[in-house]
Design a protein around this ligand. Structure first.
Ligand code: TRP
Length: 354
């Protein structure tokens, strides 16, 4: 699905998701296929950002906990390979929390309040009683995630651009304070795929919107969702001209139909009149069934052995622990704190000083 990755090799990539539920077609078209391509010739880590998920789900720890495994199943089912991609659990990496604490001194509250991603997300969530400090500060924690892996490339949706900009500001602030380059600047890879609409046509496909086709949906569920998908409410009779913009069936055909020429022809015929929604929906259902069957089957096989999934995440997290502690040491040094070389947690506090 992606050909934007051919020139990318030898980069250090960090990307991730908030585990709040199973992943859907929007993830597949957006981030997942890109990651599968990138893992071939880059050093890629995928972070399961459970602490970030808690910044707006603190009341639902059980949901976040079970979503960690769901998301891992989705990753492996779509072809992310533990031999090529490292999977790490955010809450298993204490260095990330400590880096967040240090970076918070380099960021002002007004700057966080101005962050466009935070603004839109705060509005959408409408936090009764005010925005939680943890949520307001999650861009700082995300900067910790990215820098802790010495990443120089973050593939993420266009909505994440303000977060990457804010990360680079923190990178500059640390380097300025150090008088040398302690942290690397980050490039954002925004991917070529447009955001998929939800099946109701009301917004983007999202877990919380209840308008998604999940990678784990059974065949009947996929079919049911395709059949009630939003098309063009003005297209009442087959012979009427129909609109393809805002038409979810066409958006999904454009994203997943391997026969581009045929989609173009169908769109022309639809706009001219004489093509019924049912024909298109049956075509889309066939394509999605074929696309999702192998993913669902691999996912079911993996789900039968939850211990193996947990082991993949544990191994990756342990590997990541050493790497993130190394970066933490460099940043602690900038702030005049003891580093691992001089610090001994079992020693009395004075011998732990630099
Ligand atoms: N903010 C991302 C999301 O909404 C998740 C995330 C956490 C992330 N840490 C990251 C993405 C680091 C890229 C890099 O799903």
């Amino acid at each position: 699905m992606f050909d934007t990755t051919s020139g990318l090799r030898g980069r250090t990539i960090l990307t991730g998701d908030r585990p709040t539920g199973a992943l859907h077609l929007g993830h597949l078209a957006g981030s997942l296929s890109l990651r599968v391509a990138l893992q071939e010739s880059n050093a890629q880590t995928v972070l399961v950002a459970d602490l970030q998920a808690l910044t707006d789900n603190a009341g639902q720890p059980a949901k976040v906990r079970s979503a960690v495994r769901e998301v891992m199943l989705d990753y492996l089912a779509v072809g992310l390979d533990p031999a090529k991609t490292t999977f790490a659990l955010q809450s298993g990496l204490p260095a990330l929390a400590e880096l967040t604490m240090l970076y918070m001194n380099l960021v002002t509250v007004p700057r966080l309040l101005r962050n466009p991603t935070i603004r839109t997300e705060t509005e959408a969530r409408g936090f009764a009683g005010g925005v939680p400090a943890g949520f307001l500060c999650y861009p700082v924690s995300q900067a910790a995630d990215i820098t802790a892996f010495d990443a120089d490339l973050v593939p993420a949706g266009a909505d994440q651009a303000p977060l990457i900009e804010q990360t680079n500001e923190i990178v500059e602030a640390v380097n300025r304070q150090a008088g040398t380059r302690v942290l690397r600047r980050i490039d954002h890879l925004a991917g070529a795929a447009p955001r998929l609409p939800g099946i109701d046509g009301l917004g983007k496909m999202s877990k919380s919107g209840g308008n998604a086709i999940l990678l784990s949906d059974p065949p009947e569920e996929i079919r049911r969702k395709v059949m009630r998908m939003f098309t063009d409410p003005g297209h009442l009779r087959v012979e009427d001209p129909g609109r393809t913009e805002g038409n979810v069936v066409f958006a999904l055909l454009e994203a997943f139909d391997p026969d581009r020429g045929e989609v173009e022809r169908l769109a022309e015929q639809y706009r001219a009149g004489g093509l019924g929604d049912m024909v298109l929906k049956r075509r889309l259902d066939g394509i999605l069934q074929e696309l999702l069957r192998p993913i669902r089957e691999r996912r079911a096989a993996l789900a039968a052995d939850p211990g193996a999934i947990d082991a993949v995440l544990r191994t990756g997290t342990e590997l990541a622990r050493g790497r993130t502690e190394t970066v933490l040491d460099r940043v602690r040094d900038v702030f005049g704190l003891a580093t691992r070389r001089t610090r001994r947690f079992d020693a009395p506090v004075f011998t732990a000083l630099p």
